[in-house]
Design a protein around this ligand. Sequence first.
Ligand code: B12
Ligand code: SF4
Length: 505
Amino acid sequence: MDRAHGGWEDVCPIVAATDDAEGNVRIRLIYPDPNPRVGLSGRKVESAALQLLAAITSPAHEVSVVQEHLGDTVRFDDAQVDLVGITAMTIQARRAYEIADGYRKAGKTVVLGGIHPSVRPDEALQHADAVVVGEAEPVWSQVLADAATGHLRGLYRGQEYADLRQLPPYRRDLFPKRSSFSLASVQAARGCPYDCSFCSATLFSGRKYRFRPVENVIAEIKALGRRFIFFLDDNIFSSEAYCRALFSELKKLDVIWVGQASLHLTASNPNLLKLAAESGCFSLFVGIESLTASNLRATGSLAKNRVGTPAEIGKSIRVLHDHDIIVMAGVIFGFDDDDPEVFDRTREFLFDNRVGHGSFSALTPFPGTKLFETLRAQSRITTYDWSKYDGATAVFLPKLMTAEQLQEGTRRMGVNFYSTPKILRRFWTNRHHPFIYLATSLAWRHSCRVENRVPFFRPSGSWKERGKQSPAREIEGSADPGQPVLAERGAEESSAVCDSASGVA
Ligand code: B12
Ligand code: SF4
């Protein structure tokens, strides 16, 4: 069997344990294409979840992969498949269920996993023979063993989080298509000690950081032979001791990397930031979320950002610039203290501070989050059609603006932010990585314009309205979906001690 563990069985007992599995199951792993977005986001990046799932599958089974967003086609009549494993974020749920239903009609066994089935297991079980709640590592071999004997038990949920010391490298050999970015995804740690009301990370991965041994991360990167690395961690600046060890080792390799980090942790530790830059960090995604302190306070994000005024945030951004790091600012619109002026204020702030990249989202109440429960209790959620939960569509009623204003304002931000004159005018600040800055800016520019159907020759700056694109409304069959399940474990952990003084993306 074509197996690519290359000696990792010694350090990764997860793989060794699953090697005892009985029976040969022909497994097809699927990444559904949510489809509504045609730009960069989500369309080009390989699925780390499927790469990892393949890696923890016993060699007794056969694994193949279909990544719809990279052009692969789903074929329900494929005789070479016994079991289909489908991953889903919320935006993918609708398509995931379509695929699941199609395969079940064709007599195949279907297993659903990932963040959305984890927070909506009862909903997912209507489309699957089994649902994995939470991380796959603790239960995947059991799922396959039960599938092989025809005794799947419906819900599978690990008693504990995965031990990342046992994590094997992802199986990239099954993924021949490289993304156009050619970024290789690597994970060093999981978990987030914060609990921002709009975010699923803490709920899913726990409050405590869990680290992979630095030597395993480095060995994986060396084996990859790729130059551009994308750290999947919610905060690559997690614990100072761990980061020092990781960055020192990365420095010895010929790689450049991008990751997510908290603005406070990076800006308040110039020594560590210097080491990060020396180790190849060229860009950091920092979740600024909002320029309004009351929004940050209300959502719990002030705990990780520490700074809440535009002046303080600008100061922190300058520290990153001083270390030649391109800042990608994550901004969310539609918080309770956001009025229609928020878009202009944010645009000016980002431009004045020469922020290189921006990622703009309409606030989205993802199921399982505190925000979801709050807005649902206030009857402000306007649709439970998960395919609308794309961060671009208004799916709830904001307080100080209309849903239309939220949606159009958010869409306009991306297009205007990536106008050619603006890209050029912030070049000097981001000049230390000229090719990367320009190439990624133009790629994002293209993406924003395509997603918003802006005519090719129209200058971005003058673009106003996209036309008739209504915010999401309640649709048939998208009833209120009930309570989340993972929240129980999140609650148990609320007093857990985090192992670093930190904040995250
Ligand atoms: C990398 C990433 C991306 C990549 C996706 C790359 C890809 N093709 O997979 C990019 C940058 C493109 C992206 C985009 C978006 N993302 Co994103 N992303 C992440 C991030 C940082 C890491 C995910 C990852 O790969 N982890 C590593 C793998 C190994 O872990 P995993 O996916 O959790 O998989 C494990 C389990 O879930 C389970 N599992 C997963 N699938 C399956 C399937 C089966 C069958 C089984 C048994 C088990 C199983 O087993 C795995 C191993 O334990 C997470 C944050 C996080 N902490 O998870 C957000 C996250 C998944 N993203 C999120 C969001 C909201 C988005 C966007 C909608 C944002 C936006 N506004 O545009 C877009 C959607 C794009 C689109 N149109 O598809 C949310 C999802 C919330 C939700 N309820 O859906 C997360 C959780 C961030 C957050 N903090 O809230 N994202
Ligand atoms: S700090 Fe970042 S990853 Fe952690 S809960 Fe908040 S937004 Fe999510």
